[in-house]
Ligand binder design. Sequence first.
Ligand SMILES: *Cc1c(COP(=O)(O)O)cnc(C)c1O
Length: 387
Amino acid sequence: METILKEGQKVNRIYLSAPDVSNLEREAVIKAIDSNWIAPIGPDLDAFEEEVASWTGMPYAVGLSSGTAALHLALVLLGVGPGDEVLVPTFTFVPTANAALYVGARPFFVDSEYSSWCMSPDLVRVALEDRARTGKLPKAAMVVDLYGQCANYSQLQPLFADYGIPIIEDAAEALGARRDDAPAGSFGTYAAVSFNGNKIVTSSSGGMLLCSDPESASRARKLSTQAREEAPHYEHKEVGYNYRLSNILAAFGRAQLATLEKRMARRSKIRIRYEEALAAFTGVSFAPVSIGSKPNWWMTCITVDPRIAGISVSQIQKSLESANIESRPTWKPMHLQPLFSGSQSYIDGTSEQIFRTGLCLPSGGGMSDDDVARVIDHLVSMFNMGA
Ligand SMILES: *Cc1c(COP(=O)(O)O)cnc(C)c1O
């Protein structure tokens, strides 16, 4: 169905995951400016680190300029470098795999399990047995908590532990989620969270590296501020980066984090409304939620079987766009990306199937009930026509 807009008629654009910002953030930033903590570090950064650490159950957190920077530093801290391999889920956003390239390592890919859309423990076992036979085990494993749901750690952790392979948890999308009663961010040696503009908690841009020991945290602080040695002058022994989060952005992020419970509840309610509205249509499924899993509901994703629904996700995306509603295909798997052509991968078709049939629906907590109704009306009329 096309929504025909008459000339001069305007409907507001509904975004996929627009930042949900209130007066709290405005006041927090002004307070930070007035307190004169403009220079990168400051009390809001310290407090933001402590608050994120407590949400994620990790003892140490280092505020960084992005989640990508956190993934990069995690690999540096583990000593991953040229000639090493890193195991990465194929179904993810590209920064997970890029981090391996930043340190000169090679990523190789493992497919998803359907029940969480995250890394498949069965295929990890196949991959590690195969690697062990050839004597070349990965130096680290990145595990991604996809679309706000934690991966299957009760099965993944013992597998990696058997081979002594450390886990880096990419919890960029999953702050606030839980699995088997443990919080997202607590499952690896290191974890990364993101405060990019489209995430559930944003600092406009930013991220954090979570560490289980104080030495790693202080090394990460040093590496993220040009790796300056203790000396009265500027002394350098190793490569550093300019990756630190600023105090002003941390003030913004803190104000967002203070309402994380409410943000999750709002996004959950949006998903429930989609589920209720589309329940009657065969051929439409929602991203599954695993047993023991409590997602943060960051993104509502559906899959559509065009043979049953009578309409494909690309048709739906186009039609939503004509009504000024943003939607997106699910991540295109890394093993299909030209950037990683030739990389080894352990694939069973799950992520390719989700990519072909998957669509992310507007999920931003700032959407009004009317906005949600507008998206739903449009989807319902499309599925009615398809059926
Ligand atoms: C957003 C995201 C990142 C990167 O975070 P930035 O803060 O944007 O650098 C990494 N991995 C996943 C899965 C993400 O969704």
